[in-house]
Design a binder for this molecule. Structure first.
Ligand SMILES: [Zn+2]
Length: 199
């Protein structure tokens, strides 16, 4: 085959290749976590591998040698238990990270600190109920760099002033978080990109 023929063959299949690639990314994204040794888990934008240690009574997750997470669990824990303990840990860690960011941002934005919580949501990074003065953060944010968490927090807090993503909204974003566009791009970057999620 000549180079031109190969090029042509690739070009004509480009759409197919792109579609397949998207499909694979989607699968990678949505694959169920098994919580077994060697499995990849993201923490604040960094890739960690799980080292499962069976035997301890009390489940515990801790950072061990670089790039590894030790996960102590009772022997023969079922998948649901492994998942629940792990997500509880993620939730505690995310709470610890988000708390000072929310307090600090609310103070700078001259807002009374809103009620807030962490939730697993399928299509949203965060949400704001301005009437109830409550914001929700997706537990998935724990997997993203901390700047992404800050971006979603400030975004949701701006919603306490402005409901829609209009000029006023963006002016406030520029004022309270000048680098928000970079952080938004970071949020949409692979892995764990969810370009279609709202907030
Ligand atoms: Zn929004």
């Amino acid at each position: 085959m000549s180079d031109d023929a190969i090029r042509l063959a690739v070009v004509t299949r480009l759409n197919w290749i792109k579609a397949k690639r998207k499909e694979f990314e989607k699968q990678a994204r949505e694959s169920q976590r098994e919580y077994v040794s060697g499995e990849t888990h993201f923490v604040q934008g960094r890739r960690y591998r799980l080292n499962v240690i069976e035997g301890r009574r009390t489940p515990k997750v801790s950072f061990s040698k670089s790039g590894w997470l030790d996960y102590q669990i009772p022997v023969n824990s079922a998948h649901d238990e492994r998942e629940r303990y792990f997500q509880n840990w993620q939730r505690r860690e995310l709470r610890r990270l988000a708390e000072p960011i929310i307090s600090d941002a609310a103070y700078r934005m001259e807002l009374r600190r809103p009620d807030w919580g962490i939730r697993r949501m399928k299509t949203k990074w965060g949400s704001c109920n301005a009437e109830a003065r409550r914001i929700w953060l997706n537990l998935e944010l724990f997997k993203k760099p901390i700047g992404c968490l800050q971006y979603i927090i400030v975004h949701e807090l701006v919603h306490l002033y402005v409901r829609h993503h209009n000029d006023d909204f963006h002016r406030r974003m520029d004022r309270y978080l000048p680098l928000w566009r970079n952080l938004r791009d970071e949020l949409n970057r692979e892995p764990l990109a969810h370009e279609d999620w709202t907030y």
